[in-house]
Design a binder for this molecule. Structure first.
Ligand code: PLP
Length: 389
């Protein structure tokens, strides 16, 4: 049975071009990039090329790009690094629907008495209103952290508007752009952000690489101390092959360079059309279904549906047995078996939150796959509902 993968928001396969670019760095270009000899400098050149590509993508300078092990580390570095660099207790504004790698550091800083945190609410579609951020700001607010697009329900946030609100204030603006990067403009100047997070494995790059953009002049305490790599922000010998792969992956999603002009746009339109078909057919053919999140302000690849009277985890398990890979929420929180904090923040009841499934499409998703997934979904929901009566 050919499996159908509809969980691209959890992770994506490594693109062929990315793998090709990485291979030499797993073989002959094995030097330590901090070494001054030929081998080391070859590895260094690979990293610096990747840094240039990411800098161009973000419209910043290469020195402002710091490679990390992934987005979790980048988010921790942004938040904990910022707070630990200050001498006094500060106030942070974030939202109720952030990823765990933002929420957990915030909660830990609260427990340690180092920060006070306001978790701004969202509307019923999962949108963070700029007015809510404005209302939450206090005299000692030093950081605002809002994700660009939500990993569970795909809602896109008004980042440029919040950036404009924070302009000329002494408040750093951090944006987790992990899910948005391949679909939305990540020009840090246009967005008005000081810190921005990317993850390689969500954009057809390898696991084990991420980026934190750190605007020139921003002071952060490193989480890891040692050899002082990555401008001192992230000690430890660099994961050269993954960083090189991430550079190539970013080039592919850039509106210039690696991709022929417009290819990325065409690809995103195709994904959006398949997404719309999936949403429309599921809502039309299965009774008691509801779309979570916004219809308009939504990532082109995200479908998140509540199936009344069905446990999302059971539906995901049976779909998996039938060859369709979906998730019940974000991959990282799937194990908890608790209602998603994102859905609860939208005002969804606990029962409804537990009856949700997320399907996320990718560049390799085909119309045939979507049609097959719809047919199997319709049959599976009917079967599960029948078993209950
Ligand atoms: N932020 C968001 C919005 C995510 O979706 C994820 C992963 O699901 C992360 C951060 C963590 O990314 P990584 O796996 O690179 O640590």
């Amino acid at each position: 049975m050919k499996k159908i993968y509809l969980d691209y928001a959890a992770s994506s396969p490594v693109d062929k071009k990315v793998l090709r670019e990485m291979m030499p760095y797993l073989k002959k270009e094995f030097g330590n990039p901090s070494s001054v000899h030929y081998f080391g400098q070859r590895a260094r050149a690979g990293i610096e090329k990747a840094r240039q590509i990411v800098a161009k993508f973000l419209n910043c300078t290469p020195l402002e790009v710091v490679f990390t092990s992934g987005a979790t580390e980048a988010n921790n570095l942004a938040i904990r690094g910022m707070v630990q660099s200050l001498k006094q207790k500060i106030h942070i504004v974030t939202s109720q629907i952030e990823h765990e790698s933002v929420l957990s550091p915030c909660q830990e800083l609260e427990r340690q008495g180092l920060a006070e945190v306001t978790y701004v609410p969202v509307d019923s579609e999962g949108v963070v209103k700029t007015e809510e951020v404005q209302k939450a700001i206090k005299e000692n607010t030093a950081l605002v952290s809002i994700m660009y697009a939500n990993s569970e329900i795909g809602t896109i946030q008004p980042i440029a508007e919040i950036g404009a609100l924070l302009k000329d204030r002494k408040i750093l603006f951090h944006v987790d752009a992990v899910q948005a990067a391949q679909f939305l403009d990540c020009d840090v100047k246009k967005l008005g952000v000081d810190l921005l997070t990317l993850s390689s494995h969500k954009i057809y790059g390898p696991k084990g690489a991420g980026v934190l953009y750190i605007k020139e002049g921003v002071v952060l305490n490193p989480l890891l101390l040692g050899g002082g790599q990555e401008q001192g922000f992230r000690s430890g010998t660099e994961n050269v092959a993954s960083i090189v792969g991430m550079g190539r992956a970013v080039e592919e999603i850039s509106p210039y360079g690696g991709s022929p002009a417009g290819r990325q746009i065409v690809q995103n339109i195709k994904i959006r059309q398949l997404r719309d078909k999936l949403i429309k057919e599921v809502l039309r053919r299965i009774e008691g279904t509801q779309l979570s999140g916004s219809k308009q302000k939504r990532l082109p690849n995200n479908v998140h549906i509540r199936f009344q009277g069905i446990a999302g985890s059971e539906l995901a398990t049976v779909l998996d047995q039938k060859g369709i890979a979906v998730s019940t929420g974000s991959a990282c929180s799937e194990k908890t078996q608790e209602p998603s904090h994102v859905l609860l923040a939208l005002g969804v009841s606990e029962d409804d939150a537990m009856s949700s499934v997320r399907l996320t499409l990718g560049k390799d998703t085909t119309l045939q796959e979507v049609e097959k997934a719809i047919t199997i979904l319709v049959a599976t929901v009917a079967q599960l509902r029948k078993n209950r009566v």
